[in-house]
Design a protein. Structure first.
Length: 175
């Protein structure tokens, strides 16, 4: 496993159930609201500062998803909303950036994530993912979705690669 983690150059993520606990609030106008963990966001910012590729592939269609992830360093062109064939979006991301599938870690929690988790270099799921995803995951976090599971894994990879250090000046410039 350690050799696989050393190869990782990019991270791709589902949103609901990974960055959130899966709960979605809806108001009477149909606007959807999600709660995100700030520690997960900091880990994504750290990855952005260390030049890792970042990608969001979600079935969600809310513009709030775009706004949330562009503020943590994900490029707009690497946010795939309304994805119904996540493997196609994953392959597009890899192709556009020149990554081989084994250089990308993917985070998912439910059935639509399985094809990508099988194809990528390391498939990760939170401990509260559905059983079918846990059965094929390379790594299951100790934390549930929306409660630091992203941070746990990004920190693990970046520490292993010697890249887990905050440069405050760079952080101030970028964020």
């Amino acid at each position: 496993m350690e050799n696989r983690l050393r190869k990782i150059k990019a991270f791709a993520f589902d949103v609901d159930g990974v960055f959130t606990d899966g709960g979605i609030l809806a108001d009477t106008t149909g606007e959807l609201y999600r709660t995100f963990d700030a520690k997960d966001a900091m880990a994504v910012r750290m990855a952005a500062m260390k030049e890792y590729g970042l990608c969001i592939i979600t079935g969600g269609r809310s513009e709030s998803i775009t706004k949330r992830f562009t503020t943590v360093g994900v490029k707009l062109e690497d946010i795939y909303l309304g994805s119904r064939a996540k493997i196609e979006d994953f392959e597009d991301f890899c192709s556009r950036h020149g990554y081989s599938a084994d250089e990308v870690m993917y985070f998912g929690d439910d059935l639509p994530d399985i094809p990508v988790m099988v194809e990528c270099g390391c498939g990760v799921c939170p401990c509260d993912a559905v059983d079918e995803v846990k059965a094929i995951a390379d790594y299951i976090t100790t934390r549930p979705g929306g409660k630091g599971s992203v941070r746990e894994t990004l920190e693990l990879v970046m520490k292993l690669q010697g890249k887990w250090a905050l440069d405050v000046q760079e952080y101030k410039k970028k964020f």
